[in-house]
Design a protein around this ligand. Sequence first.
Ligand code: SAM
Length: 236
Amino acid sequence: MPVNCIPAAKTLRVHAGLLLFASSFERTDEVMGFYNDHIEPALVSCACGMKAITRERAKIVPFAKGVVLEIGFGSGHNAPHYDQQAITHLYALEPSAAWRKKALKRIGNLTVPLEWLDLPGEEIPLSDASVDTVLVTYALCTIPGVEAALEGMRRVLKPGGKLVFLEHGLAPDAGVAKWQGRVNGVWGKLAGGCRLNRDPVALIRAAGFDIEKLDQHYAPGAPKIAGFMTGGVAAR
Ligand SMILES: C[S@@+](CC[C@H](N)C(=O)[O-])C[C@H]1O[C@@H](n2cnc3c(N)ncnc32)[C@H](O)[C@@H]1O
């Protein structure tokens, strides 16, 4: 666990407390804006840096090759896991200025040319068939127009290009799935719109991708409602 991080359960309690504190003000919009721009990215980024999640990234991110587009770059947690010898160019799509700012400290050691795209995943500003790999990690859960975003990811991939993905989502156990449904609304408010019970495999297949590698399991050390991991590679 990084020293500047706190365990996930404590993170959630702190989140909930801050949210209640924020919503008790009269100028709620302003305070919520502050929460969304500063506190939420800091706390979600912290959760995204948990050891259990880092282990998952190390297994999946090295599949990215050639011209790479990362969707929802966040605070750059994937940067240390890229196989930089295999990458010629990295487009880092991240619509939030707050997240882009947080990423600066992690991209310093990258030797591959990095180009920011400051638009949402639903509006990828790249030509058709122009990238070899689209990487998306822990963002299909959050992107509001996830179907449109996946359609765009498929559009920009070259023939033979791959979608490399790592997500959390709908648990296979009825008991866990029931709790995911129960806390989904509150969780979304705390965690930047993240949904606990999206099914990444169904979404990826519905967008027309052909899944070639798939690994699904509960990440050891992560809370089960957010810890059912889906990682893999899909062909365009
Ligand atoms: C839980 S964070 C994950 C960040 C990063 N992908 C990671 O693995 O650490 C979710 C990310 O999705 C981004 N996001 C939210 N809406 C988005 C959209 N419409 N298009 C692309 N990314 C979006 C957020 O700004 C945030 O960076």
